[in-house]
Design a protein around this ligand. Structure first.
Ligand SMILES: *Cc1c(COP(=O)(O)O)cnc(C)c1O
Length: 399
């Protein structure tokens, strides 16, 4: 190992079996969309998640776009979405001209707050403008508390799309993450727990939805002997070559989950004694895939900020990242409605964003490199450093 090799947050981890499926695609000249790898990858995904079917797409974003279209979202409709997430969860609602309302997180899963959702749905129903869909995100590999969310959504008759882009392989009450909503979506982007280099999927038990997703993903061709179109369609199918990569990756998914959980455990064991750090919790009766190990730096205990942490790590060639900036704080959404977990206190997602950090968690992270991260983190919080950091801030007039 090179001494100062850059340690990445989460990089692709191939199993070695991908070439076999890629070669099959080449040998049979099934390079174009569709083909046996696509068909089989869909079957295997449906099997893994215990769902009626899956439809694979060119990206997770495309899968969300198709899900919303399948649920009939149109211009002027309302869509609710978790605020604490990556922009890709919400952008597809804008593609369809829908209006987004954002829902805060709750502290035990960091995901959508049932209380906030309930208030938002009551308010919407009073105005006679219930959303057509609710996008619930399972962030950093941790499932949202789906049961109370489903209860509330069912009460108002609104379907849930589960954005499980980061939580493939995780579980909620012994069910696979992504399977609890009407539609679930996954991403196979390069940084996710398994990858096809780029890609996504829809899963559902509703065959009408699956058929419609396929129809819309292949340019919405009417049943006619020529090319005839009555609806707007998209070119969103996954290619047969990439589906081959996905098939091999799916075979090692459970190993990848265990590996990421081990990495989390090791960080926890080594860094939990630092009282300024708190690890992301794991909701009761759920199993996170620990896609990224994330923690918050307690601002009441130290003057070290996540920015400073990131900067220090960067100096020693270790990639770390701030947590997602909540969508209701984005300039793009400055006029959108937002419902807080508790009306009386600061939004949970805002607190997490200001205090949190992700550290390298790829399943191919070596033990040696993991200890490099641990040692550097320990240095940052060593008592001497803390005094020095405080002194610097006093001297530069920051405090
Ligand atoms: C990665 C990601 C997506 C989008 O997936 P792509 O395949 O990159 O389009 C959507 N939602 C969340 C929460 C993600 O992390």
């Amino acid at each position: 190992m090179k001494d100062n090799e850059r340690i990445l947050l989460s990089s692709p981890h191939m199993s070695g079996k991908e070439q076999k499926y890629i070669r099959e695609a080449f040998d049979s000249n099934w390079i174009a969309p569709l083909g046996p790898n696509v068909t089989n990858f869909e079957l295997e995904l449906a099997q893994y998640t215990n769902k009626k079917g899956a439809s694979v797409t060119s990206s997770g974003t495309a899968a969300i776009h198709l899900s919303l279209a399948c649920l009939g979202v149109e211009k002027g409709d309302s869509v609710f979405c978790s605020s604490f997430t990556f922009i890709a969860s919400a952008n597809p609602a804008l593609y369809l001209g829908a209006e987004l309302t954002f829902i805060d997180s709750e502290p035990s899963s960091w995901n959508m707050s049932p209380q906030a959702l309930e208030r938002a749905l009551f308010a919407a129903s009073k105005e006679n403008k219930l959303p057509k869909a609710i996008i619930v995100v399972d962030l950093y590999g941790q499932s949202a508390d789906m049961d109370p969310l489903l209860d509330i959504a069912d009460l108002f008759g609104v379907p849930i799309i589960e954005d499980a882009a980061e939580s493939l392989g995780a579980e909620y009450k012994n069910k696979k993450s992504g399977t609890l909503g009407k539609i679930g979506i996954f991403s196979f982007n390069g940084n996710k727990i398994i990858t096809t280099s780029g890609g996504g999927a829809i899963i559902s038990d509703d065959e009408e939805i699956l058929d419609k997703a396929f129809f819309l993903a292949t340019q919405a061709k009417d049943a006619a002997p020529y090319y005839q179109h009555s609806l707007v369609g998209y070119n969103y199918r996954m290619s047969n070559v990439l589906a081959g990569i996905g098939r091999a990756q799916l075979q090692v998914l459970d190993d990848r989950v265990e590996k990421r959980r081990e990495i989390f455990q090791n960080y926890h064991k080594e860094l939990n004694t630092i009282e300024e750090l708190h690890f992301m919790p794991e909701l009761k009766q759920s199993k996170s895939n620990r896609w990224l190990t994330t923690l918050v730096i307690d601002p009441f205990m130290t003057t070290i900020t996540p920015f400073e942490f990131m900067d220090r790590m960067n100096q020693v060639n270790i990639e770390t990242r701030l947590l997602w900036k909540p969508l209701h704080m984005q300039p793009l959404f400055k006029n959108n409605k937002f419902y807080k977990h508790s009306e009386k206190t600061t939004a949970v997602s805002e607190l997490l964003f200001t205090m949190g950090i992700c550290i390298p968690s790829g399943s191919n992270l070596t033990e040696e490199n993991q200890y490099r991260v641990i040692e550097e983190a320990k240095k940052i919080f060593a008592p001497n450093d803390k005094v020095q950091s405080l002194l610097n801030k006093v001297q530069t007039g920051q405090i």
